[in-house]
Structures are given as C-alpha cells and as structure tokens.
Design a protein around this ligand. Sequence first.
Ligand SMILES: Cc1cc2nc3c(=O)[nH]c(=O)nc-3n(C[C@H](O)[C@H](O)[C@H](O)COP(=O)(O)O)c2cc1C
Length: 135
Amino acid sequence: MKKRKIGILVGSLRKNAYSKSVANCLIEIAPEHFDVQIVEIGNLPIYNQDYDDEEIEEYSKFRETIKSLDAILIVTAEHNRSMPAVLKNALDVGSRPYGKSVWNEKPGAIISQSYGTIGGFGANHHLRQVTSFLF
Ligand SMILES: Cc1cc2nc3c(=O)[nH]c(=O)nc-3n(C[C@H](O)[C@H](O)[C@H](O)COP(=O)(O)O)c2cc1C
C-alpha cells in the first residue's frame, strides 16, 4: 500500500516544546501506512511580498515539501490568544505568490495545547479561520 505522507507544522521553536513532544508522540504511534514527519518552519525568513519575485531557497524547499504531502497536521502552543508568529509566517509563505498557494485542497487538522485552562483555544480558533480559507 502506498504510504500517505503527513507533514506536521509545529507552532513552537522552543527546544523542549510540548508541541514538539506531542508531534513526536504522534510520529511514534502513527500506523504503518502513514509516513509522518515534522516540516521545518523555523528557518523561513519573515514573509515579505517583495520576495515573491525572488528565489528564496528556504521558501522554495518548504513549498515543494508541502506540495508533496497528502495532509497537514498542525500542533501548536498559543501566544497571546492566537497562533505563534512562526506558524502564521509559514502559512503566509505557503500561500504566495498569489494564485500559487501550496495549501489548496490539503486535508488538515489542528491540535493546540497550553497549560492554561482553555488548551490553546485562541490559537486553535484563529487557525481554523486561516486554514478554512487556505486549505
Ligand atoms: C509569548 C507567549 C504568549 C503566550 N500566550 C498564551 C495565551 O494567550 N494563552 C495560553 O493559554 N498560553 C499562553 N502562553 C503559554 C504557552 O501557550 C504554553 O506554555 C504552551 O504550553 C507552550 O507550548 P510549547 O512548549 O510548545 O512552546 C504563551 C506563551 C508565550 C511564550
């Protein structure tokens, strides 16, 4: 059976991030027919529309990786009742140049976590708004 490729975007750059632990647990328990990997987003320069006309190596590699995936899973912390900037940046990078978004029609899912009592609801909520437009 052809393996389904799932990419995980981790919304935390912290060395000991809980989000990364959750992502790694999911990789460990994924069924055989899923190839699950974390997609690096911490190396992407902050999105600038001027870059749409340039070749930015990190952007190109990231966009090609996303295109090759069957589905996206986002595992994230919450920053100030929203998604961490690194995650929004990755979503913006993948969405451009205009008309060439790599997110189109990708099945996706979101896991948010926080030690706060509402489990990263703000990040989750904002991600739903953005991904229901992009994916
Ligand atoms: C800049 C910043 C803002 C944060 N804002 C919130 C917040 O609004 N709500 C919340 O529940 N937690 C907030 N937190 C806490 C993190 O979401 C929480 O510690 C999370 O578990 C960290 O995940 P990580 O280990 O994957 O980085 C914030 C943390 C930081 C660094």
